[in-house]
Design a protein around this ligand. Structure first.
Ligand SMILES: Nc1ncnc2c1ncn2[C@@H]1O[C@H](COP(=O)(O)OP(=O)(O)OP(=O)(O)O)[C@@H](O)[C@H]1O
Ligand SMILES: N[C@@H](CCO)C(=O)O
Length: 315
């Protein structure tokens, strides 16, 4: 359940009156999602998703909405905000920062990805990384190497001994991450199966840009590989992996340094989501009534990458 803030009909009618989107027809809360309050909103002129931001402040939200608008304007099928009559994307509703985002067609992927879907995600991520070179706003990541180190330290005492030893060793290896010399720029940084919408094998949209930040481009690719390219046992699957990578590499080839550090970055991406899920499980945030995603899925992927480095040689 993810409606933390109830919006009254009168309030919504007044809010929509500030946009040129016609009159309210209907609205309903969206149960998916964890962070924010979301409603589907239908007006006489279109379909939208109204998001009330529960954790972010105005300053950083401006950045996210600019990222979404930028990618949309560069041909990436991204969720993007509607501007109100004053040209503003970010507004206030029920005391929360709020945006009216154009509703995209399609559905999230809630089973293992098809090869066609892996191909689409690989290609679009390559296109995003090329287009993103022209995006000039900067935002440091909140889930980077420093965060991984400090979060791991707070979690270590809550873990079993065998896991603790592995985590300590991984942190030692990961100490090289922050100073790698890899291409970087604006990234989605959370491009999971539930953050892309599909109609069959056709990508209709990318949503949830609220972890967008400056990161190594390779990290963005690693996040996607770790989630999309797994089989029903949750382990990396060669065919899905090869398909996603080949479609990515058709758009952007990897530098030598990227190739040399692929395993380290795949591990960093697995570590980030293992730690954030563990943190949500061990220290749940007050007032959040949603499902907690299983940390073990990423412990398993991290262990896999430590033992079986994925190659970059494809046939
Ligand atoms: N622009 C959009 N078009 C169509 N559907 C959308 C759009 N934005 C969000 N949705 C729907 O709303 C659901 C919740 O959105 P989202 O995943 O962004 O939630 P959140 O709470 O903001 O983020 P998170 O899942 O990271 O906690 C999505 O699963 C999707 O079904
Ligand atoms: N995509 C994340 C949640 C948002 O960061 C996960 O699956 O753990």
């Amino acid at each position: 359940m993810s409606v933390y803030t109830e919006v009254e009909r009168d309030e919504l009618v007044a809010f929509l009156g500030e946009y040129a989107v016609g009159d309210l027809v209907s609205y309903e809360g969206i149960s998916d999602g964890i962070e924010n309050t979301n409603y589907f909103v239908t007006t006489t002129q279109g379909k939208f998703v109204l998001t009330l931001f529960e954790h972010h402040d105005f300053a950083e939200l401006g950045y996210f909405l600019d990222v979404m608008t930028f990618f949309y304007q560069h041909g990436i099928p991204s969720a993007h905000p509607a501007a109100d009559k004053q040209g503003q994307y970010l507004k206030t509703l029920s005391g929360k920062p709020a945006a009216l985002v154009v509703r995209l067609a399609g559905r999230g992927v809630n089973t293992e990805a098809t090869l066609g879907q892996c191909a689409e995600i690989g290609a679009i991520l390559g296109e995003m990384h090329l287009a993103g070179k022209d995006f000039t706003a900067r935002r440091a990541t909140e889930r980077g190497a420093d965060w991984r180190q400090s979060t791991a330290e707070t979690l270590l005492t809550h873990l079993d001994d065998d896991v603790t030893d592995m985590l300590r060793d991984e942190l030692r290896v990961q100490s090289a991450y922050a100073t790698l010399d890899l291409p970087w720029g604006v990234t989605h940084s959370d491009l999971f199966r539930d953050n892309a919408l599909f109609d069959g094998d056709e990508l209709t949209g990318i949503i949830d840009f609220y972890y967008a930040s400056d990161e190594y481009l390779l990290y963005d690719l690693a996040v996607a590989v770790n989630d999309w390219c797994v089989d029903e046992t949750g382990l990396p699957d060669q065919q899905r992996y090869q398909t996603m990578m080949q479609h990515y590499l058709e758009k952007r080839s990897l530098t030598q340094a990227e190739q040399a550090n692929w395993n380290l970055v795949l591990r960093a991406a697995a570590l980030r989501f293992w730690l954030s899920r563990l943190q949500d499980q061990i220290f749940p945030r007050e007032g959040e009534l949603t499902q907690i995603k299983n940390p073990d899925a990423f412990l398993k992927i991290l262990r896999f990458h430590r033992e079986h480095p994925l190659t970059l040689e494809f046939n």
